[in-house]
Write a protein that binds this ligand. Structure first.
Ligand code: KIV
Length: 264
């Protein structure tokens, strides 16, 4: 696979070519994913749940994300590698610069921040200092205690409008990828049409430019529970390599997610 950069994803958006992405936490899986031509890998703070067995992502540390980012980068040189900034490591623009540096030095090409419009100054500060940002909107798991659980966001007109305006504002601030989690398909489609940057969805319907899944969900081996919007590709194929390539194929063809993995 040729080296994937943000320019590759932007060109694919313009061509209407859909792409898959997946979480990765170690070198062996990173190598397997790259060998299957997976363009984008995320070292997600979901590792708190799927590797450590916790009920949320809040206890994950920056050092843990940096450790897993180094491992994934060792296994994959050509995937675009995004690393999650853990809870409270980007509470101020200054903190975000100091902490993002650690992840970029560990091998990430981009950092991911969860939030809303308040992230505008932080995103501008990071991008001006050469740290590319993916912004995560909708169900932001670090806000689980504000939401009162892992719940679909953007179902009321007011919520949907807020998420839409945040997406535009944060693109304007410099975000290079927007990730939408657990929002109705129509909202994800509206945002995808309105912004120039690639939009990646999880539980956001099939109208986004890209899709992402937590690798343990795709393989049906998550410690706690498998979300409704996921699909167990290992059960469908019986082989990890085929499971990954089937996922990539279904995303590319616009077949995943189907209506059963979509919120309206
Ligand atoms: O932490 C993570 O794995 C994520 C994905 C759910 C997108 O943020």
């Amino acid at each position: 696979m040729k080296k994937i950069t943000i320019n590759t994803l932007r060109a694919w958006k313009q061509e209407g070519r859909k792409f898959a992405s997946i979480t990765a936490y170690d070198a062996s899986f990173a190598q397997l994913f790259e060998a299957q031509n997976m363009p984008v890998l995320l070292v997600g703070d979901s590792l708190g749940m799927v590797l450590q067995g916790k009920s949320d992502t809040l206890s994950v540390s920056l050092d843990e994300i940096a450790y897993h980012t180094r491992s994934v980068r060792t296994g994959s040189q050509n995937c675009l590698l995004i690393a999650d900034m853990p809870f409270m490591t980007y509470a101020t623009p200054e903190d975000s610069c100091i902490n993002a540096t650690k992840l970029i030095k560990a091998g990430a090409n981009m950092v991911k921040l969860e939030g809303a419009g308040w992230l505008s100054d932080t995103i501008t500060m990071l991008t001006q200092r050469a740290v590319p940002v993916c912004v995560h909107l909708g169900l932001t798991p670090q806000a689980v205690n504000i939401f009162g659980g892992f719940k679909v966001q953007g179902r009321t007109e007011e919520q949907a409008e807020n998420i839409f305006q945040d997406a535009r504002k944060l693109e304007e601030a410099g975000a290079q990828i927007i990730l939408l989690e657990c929002v109705p398909k129509a909202l994800a489609a509206r945002i995808t049409d309105a912004v120039r940057v690639p939009v990646i969805g999880i539980g956001a319907g099939n109208a986004t430019d890209g899709q992402i899944l937590v690798m343990h969900d795709l393989l049906g081996i998550s410690a706690n529970y498998i979300p409704l919007f996921s699909k167990n590709y290992l059960a469908k194929t019986g082989d990890i390599h085929q499971a990954v390539s089937r996922y990539i194929e279904e995303v590319t063809m616009g077949e995943f997610p189907g209506s059963e993995q979509t919120f309206n």
